[in-house]
Write a protein that binds this ligand. Structure first.
Ligand SMILES: [Zn+2]
Length: 388
C-alpha cells in the first residue's frame, strides 16, 4: 500500500514537470520574432519580395538594387536567412544588387527596391512584434534627372521629402540608388555607406582622403594609421570601415574646431593622420586639409538648389577619380615626426591636437582668464573652451 502511494506521487511529479516544460517552451517560441505569427504568415520575406515585384516589375541582377537595414532593428536578425533565400532565388548578387545599411536598434525594418530602368523605388516597412506583416508600402519614381529637371518636378519631390514619403530616408535612398545606377559607384565606397547609411559629400571626402593617405603613405604590413578627426564630419566612418580605425581600439579620436581655429590653421583642416611604421621605426603626423569650396564651385550645383540636388551633384563630382587631383582639393598642411609621448598628449581630453603639434598658438587657446583679449590667430572671436 505504501509503495503504490509513492509511485502515484512520482507520476504526478512527472506530469507536472512535463506541463512546466511545455509552458516554458511555448513562451520562448512566442518571444521569437518570425515565430510569433506562425500559421498566419510563415514567410514575411517572401511577402516583401512579392510585394516589390508587383510594383517596379521584375527583380533581376541587371536592374535591381535592394537597400535594407535588416539585422539592425531589434531581433530582425531572425529574418536574415529567409531574406537571403529570397534574394538568391532571384539570381541577385551580393556585390551588385544589395546594400545592407546599419541603423539603430529602434529603427523599423525597411526595404527599398530600386529599379534602374524605370527609376521606380518601392519602399516597404514591416512590423513583427506581434503579427508579422507589411506595415507601410509606397512606390515613387526617384530618377534624379527626372526629379531635378524642372522647377515643377523639383517642387514635387521637395514635397515628398517634407512629407517623409520614405519615413525620413528619402535622401539616403535617392542618393545611393542614383549613384549605384551610374555603374560608377566604387564598391569599396559602398562598403563605407553600409556603416554610414547614406551617401553624402562628407563620406565621399573621407573616401578621397583615405585613398590619398594610402597612395602617399602605403598601408603595408606593420603600418597603421591613428586618426585625429578634428574637425569631425561624415568622413570619419570611412576610416573606421577601411582601416579598422575604431574608437574602441583607439584608431580614431574625435573633436571639433571653432571657425577661428580652422581659420588660424588654414587650408580647411580635415584631420591629423598619424602613420606608425614599425618597419622603419617612424611615426609621422600628416595634417591634411580638404576644400569643399572647390567641390561646390565645380560640381554644377547652384546656390538655391535644395540639399538633395546640391549634395548629390557634389557626390557625383567626388565619385569621379579624375577630379581627385584637382589643385587644392586635398592639401598637406604639415608633416611632422612625433614621438609616443606627443601622440599620447594629442589623445588627452582637453588637449587640442593642433596645439600639441604647434599648429595653433597654445598660449592663446589655453588662456581661460576670460578677459576676452585673446582670439585665435587673427585676434577676434571666442577661444576654444570659452563662450563668446
Ligand atoms: Zn553623411
Amino acid at each position: 500500500m505504501i509503495g503504490k502511494g509513492v509511485i502515484d506521487l512520482e507520476r504526478i511529479n512527472v506530469k507536472f514537470i512535463c506541463l512546466l516544460l511545455l509552458t516554458a517552451l511555448s513562451f520562448s517560441l512566442g518571444a521569437m520574432p518570425g515565430m510569433a505569427a506562425e500559421g498566419s504568415n510563415l514567410n514575411l520575406m517572401a511577402e516583401v519580395f512579392t510585394a516589390a515585384e508587383a510594383n517596379p516589375g521584375s527583380i533581376g541582377p541587371e536592374e535591381t538594387l535592394i537597400i535594407t537595414d535588416i539585422g539592425s532593428p531589434a531581433e530582425s536578425y531572425a529574418f536574415l536567412d529567409d531574406f537571403y533565400s529570397e534574394f538568391y532565388d532571384r539570381d541577385l548578387l551580393y556585390t551588385q544588387n544589395l546594400l545592407v545599411v546599419q541603423n539603430a536598434r529602434n529603427s523599423p525594418l525597411w526595404f527599398a527596391f530600386f529599379d534602374k530602368s524605370s527609376g521606380n523605388c518601392t519602399y516597404i516597412e514591416v512590423s513583427y512584434e506581434n503579427e508579422s506583416e507589411i506595415s507601410y508600402q509606397v512606390t515613387e519614381n526617384i530618377d534624379f534627372d527626372k526629379l531635378s529637371k524642372t522647377p515643377k518636378s523639383r517642387a514635387a519631390w521637395n514635397e515628398k521629402v517634407n512629407s517623409t514619403v520614405f519615413n525620413g530616408r528619402e535622401f539616403a535612398i535617392l542618393t545611393i540608388s542614383n549613384g549605384w545606377a551610374t555603374g560608377k559607384l566604387d564598391y569599396e565606397l559602398m562598403q563605407c555607406l553600409e556603416l554610414h547609411n547614406h551617401f553624402c559629400p562628407g563620406v565621399s571626402s573621407g573616401f578621397i582622403l583615405a585613398n590619398w593617405m594610402e597612395e602617399n603613405y602605403p598601408l603595408e604590413a606593420n603600418v597603421s594609421y591613428t586618426v585625429f578627426s578634428c574637425p569631425n564630419w561624415c568622413k570619419e566612418d570611412v576610416f573606421v570601415k577601411r582601416w579598422d580605425a575604431t574608437p574602441g581600439k583607439g584608431g580614431v579620436w574625435m573633436s571639433a574646431l571653432t571657425d577661428d581655429e580652422k581659420e588660424a590653421i588654414g587650408n580647411s583642416p580635415a584631420g591629423i593622420f598619424v602613420v606608425a611604421d614599425k618597419n622603419a621605426g617612424t611615426r609621422k603626423a600628416v595634417v591634411l586639409g580638404f576644400d569643399f569650396n572647390i567641390v561646390n564651385a565645380e560640381c554644377g550645383a547652384k546656390a538655391n538648389d535644395p540639399a538633395w540636388i546640391s549634395k548629390y551633384l557634389a557626390d557625383l563630382w567626388l565619385m569621379d577619380r579624375e577630379n581627385w587631383d584637382t589643385e587644392g582639393l586635398v592639401s598637406v598642411i604639415s608633416v611632422t615626426d612625433i614621438d609616443e609621448a606627443t601622440l599620447n598628449e594629442m589623445k588627452q581630453a582637453g588637449n587640442n591636437p593642433y596645439e600639441v603639434l604647434g599648429l595653433l598658438d597654445s598660449e592663446e587657446n589655453t588662456n581661460l582668464s576670460g578677459n576676452g583679449a585673446h582670439g585665435i590667430g587673427n585676434g577676434n572671436g571666442p577661444k576654444a573652451g570659452q563662450k563668446a
